[in-house]
Design a protein around this ligand. Structure first.
Ligand code: GKR
Ligand code: MG
Length: 426
């Protein structure tokens, strides 16, 4: 069979749920189960291409609508797939809750999110057919291993309603506990950079947390991400202290205009995964000169090739680039690793929530880190394959858990009934 005779014969979307830690953020706290979906594309020559993406209800509606559109296409027909998806998915369609910290719920990006998921599975197939790893299809790896950053969270020891035994990380609500969390994560994974998810406690408490981390890790670049929960004035006031401590200052304050005003008051570069998430915002940012580091995410920017184009644009506009994450499993981690491997100017360690997840859906169990990096696969395709038995278990957890849209605010009100969720709160 010639490569261009191979056809996609069937597409399957399976929603899954896996245990997630009680991690605090600007909106509230993670629920006990995180949602994702697994995409499987079967071909006429008996191959299976896979991808992982969001699993919120509106995303599942969009994926279900797109599913038949790939049937009959060659895995090499990426442009045809994209045209079909764009023609069928209208921006904003899908309903559901819109939750700022959960890109899986942003219905305006449905087309990009669906194209990304289908593209990863099709690239997995292309790689298998050609006998090449995905990064080779993206121009080739410029690094053998992709560095990730320790992603620290303030957290409670266990979930409200105690749905299962508490995780091994314990509570982290003080600088001392944060340092303990960082020490455990750095010693287990070897990370060389550290990010703290902020926007939870007062800026003074979070700056004390960063100072404690600086003392315990004098050589690790540090980042703080309050997820736009600090007012412009609060962010300006915090800048002189943070300038001395941070590698970059991530999304302290809301809006592109707010970030542009803040940029005039701080030396640390501003980074974002919140105010530049579309081409229009990219153009506005270029004229406002607000954000200097774009935290890309192939899941909502339209895929691995779109991420590579974004990297070129960052280079043209003198911006740095790194990667944003949400709770995810190994298929997403591998897709991120291929993309990052093939982007020369992705020069900061990428975010990953992976240490917070215990479960897996791939054969062979959890992906190993070495010195904070994930080795770039050299085998054909994505480099990981689905474990059908694990998929069935995680799908059953989805059916049983009852969560259909991530809602950190409602979850937080189980601990603090009067939690306002107002942003910016500080
Ligand atoms: O997992 O709570 C979280 C994060 O706050 C996540 O929702 C954000 O999207 O990690 C993300 C970020 O960097 O903003
Ligand atoms: Mg962020």
């Amino acid at each position: 069979m010639r490569n261009n005779d191979i056809r996609i014969t069937h597409a399957r979307v399976t929603p899954i749920a896996f245990r997630d830690a009680p991690l605090l953020n600007a909106s509230g706290i993670h629920e006990p189960w995180a949602l994702r979906s697994i995409i499987e594309l079967e071909t006429s020559d008996g191959r299976l291409g896979i991808a992982e993406t969001y699993g919120d209800a509106p995303m599942l509606v969009a994926l279900e609508q797109a599913r038949p559109l790939v049937t009959g296409l060659s895995p090499f027909d990426l442009n045809a797939m994209e045209q079909r998806v764009r023609a069928s998915i209208k921006p904003g369609q899908g309903g559901g809750v819109q939750f700022e910290l959960a890109p899986g719920s942003h219905t305006a990006k449905n087309a990009e999110k669906v194209i990304s998921a289908l593209e990863v599975a099709m690239l997995d197939l292309q790689g298998q057919v050609l006998g090449l790893p995905i990064c080779d299809l993206l121009g080739g790896a410029v690094r053998d291993a992709v560095p990730y950053s320790a992603y620290l969270f303030y957290k409670y020891a266990e979930h409200a309603e105690k749905p299962y035994a508490p995780d091994a990380w314990g509570e982290a609500v003080t600088p001392e506990q944060l340092v303990k969390q960082a020490q455990a994560m750095v010693s287990q994974y070897g990370f060389k950079s550290i990010k703290l998810k902020g926007g939870v406690f007062t800026p003074a408490e979070e700056i004390a947390g960063i100072k404690a981390l600086r003392k315990a890790f004098p050589d690790h670049p540090l980042r703080l991400d309050p997820n736009a929960n600090w007012s412009l004035q609060t962010s300006i006031d915090a800048a002189p202290e943070l300038d001395e401590l941070l590698e970059y200052y991530e999304d302290p304050t809301p809006g592109l205009e707010g970030m542009a005003q803040l940029a005039a008051h701080c030396r640390s570069p501003l980074a974002t995964n919140m105010v530049v998430t579309t081409m229009d915002e990219f153009r506005r940012n270029a004229s406002l000169k607000a954000v200097k580091i774009l935290l890309s995410d192939h899941h909502y920017w339209g895929g691995l090739r779109a991420t590579a184009s974004l990297a070129r644009m960052c280079e043209v506009f003198g911006m740095g680039m790194s990667m944003h994450s949400n709770s995810h499993l190994g298929i997403s981690l591998m897709a991120m690793t291929h993309a990052a491997a093939a982007i020369p100017n992705l020069t900061y360690a990428c975010d990953t929530h992976y240490p917070w997840q215990e479960e897996e859906v791939i054969k062979g169990g959890r992906i190993q880190f070495d010195q904070g990096t994930v080795k770039v696969p050299t085998v054909p395709g994505l480099g990981v394959t689905l474990d059908p038995a694990r998929l069935a278990v995680l799908h059953q957890q989805y059916l049983d858990c009852g969560i259909r849209n991530r809602n950190d605010l409602a979850q937080m009100r189980k601990y603090q009934p009067d939690f306002s969720g107002v942003s910016p709160r500080f």
